[in-house]
Design a protein around this ligand. Sequence first.
Ligand code: ME8
Length: 557
Amino acid sequence: NSSAQTKEKPFYVTTPIFYVNAAPHIGHLYCTVLADVVKRWQQINGREAYLCTGTDEHGMKIQRAAAKEGMEPKAFCDVNSEKFRSLTHDADISNDFFIRTTDADHKDAVAQFWLQLKHAQLGLYKGTHEGWYCVSDECFYPADLVRPSIVPQTGKKIMVSVESDNEVEWVKEETWFFPLTKYKDALLKFYDENPDWVKPANRMQEVRDWVENHLEDLSVTRPVSRLNWGVSDPEDPSQTIYVWVDALINYITKTGYGSKWRSPTEDMGIWPADLHIIGKDILRFHAIYWPALLLALGLPPAKGILCHNHWTMSNRKMSKSLGNVVNPVFALQRWDVDPLRYFLMRNGNFSKDMSYSNDIISAIYGKELQANIGNLFYRIAKPKSAAGWSTEKAVDASNSGAFKELDTIKGKEEYAQFFSLESVLARAPDAFSNEMKDYNTSGAIREVYELLRETNRFITDTQPWVLAKQTQPLSPVLLNWTIHRSAEALRIAAILLQPMMPGKMKRLLDEMGVQPTRRTVAYAKPEADDAYGTANETKSNHDRANKHLTLFPPMAS
Ligand code: ME8
């Protein structure tokens, strides 16, 4: 049938795969939560979606880290990879795949990709390579991008990368080369045809500048004498494949490359990815090397790259090498999963570095989660016997056309406050979606925050608890109207915030009696759902007020 034929390819989003030389930190968690939010956003927009994350386990950096611990590399990787895997679980990440580059299917995919690359028309060639190699960044730097430095503790003179400040060492060796310079025109053409390929735009410009001015052929193996922890060239076992080539291929492994497909004439499953989410530190690998490698095989690159900035502690990039890291496991325990996810998505951005601080999280928790969402939830979902209203009755009143009675007072100055929520209620859902189109979670959250703040203000102004006791003819309908508009705002906000706070928003929507099938973005507009309400009257008021209605409990400081 034709609908099956035209069925949209599922959305496929990826995170970088993380080095296992040390335990995860907040930066890794941020990127993974962002990818999860993107995936869940697609899902509540009705699209099938997949998320791949995992760990990068080969290469010199890991080989040395394992040796330092006196461990076999694989055993070392097992221990550290597990920390990343359990973090995805603890942070409620809905990843479909957790890839390890030591997985058999991945090593097989790398070997096949390698052979295709070697025998491609503009394929690999062998030569002598010399240059400055940085083990910490796992890449060579051109001579104009290194500088002398001194190790403060020892006074030792070393050379470091200008970009990352990490130590570089001079190496000269026989390796295979990828003729990257021959792909210059193809890359520039690709960027021309896809001007928004890398977001934000200044990052696209950086990539372009690099391709125009700094392109060099890429040394893509290391002699096995120097590096044996990796995938070796099946035809030339004296060479181990460069860890970055190995790592980038992860994005196609789980789509079935090597096992189900090898060329674009076959069904590539969920490839090409719709979005690679990466930090600015690894832009060049993703925006230059990776598309060039795929172009060499005639395969399509991902449809887009989202490049985020870094979390800092005391103004320095949080990094495993520097040791100034926040342990995400402790942070999750301290703040709980959803509040931490909310904070990361609220303060994450693509234009400047972001500072991590418990004081900031604490302030946001109090002001936005407890006093705004939590308070509105408490006000709206109060049991009717205590408050004199119910959302169920309010929804019924809306369905029965009772609000038509209010037509007579619309536009009258003394009733203005009753209609003061309408404009923001109408605007917020689209505004949220627009921000999410650019993956701007921070802007999206701001829209919902504004909606809920206005709704709390609306309730304070209209005083439903007073209306509930009044006996004027319009009082009952005004009461239902006030509760209905407030409940709509809360229901819509909860639907939209599901990707950021899946657990808390599920509870909120459950308590409001919103049916599970009515939690998609299509329902996130006023009057889109005509059958919900806090019908749950069986629990004692005390119980509900003190326990069940506290969405964001007080934090121990
Ligand atoms: O580069 N703030 O792995 P990696 C925000 N294995 N995000 C941060 C961050 C910070 N301070 N520090 C790290 C590698 N990240 C390679 C990737 S992909 C085929 C191979 C995040 O463990 C950010 O997304 O160093 C960054 O790009 C990534 O972790 C690098 O993780």
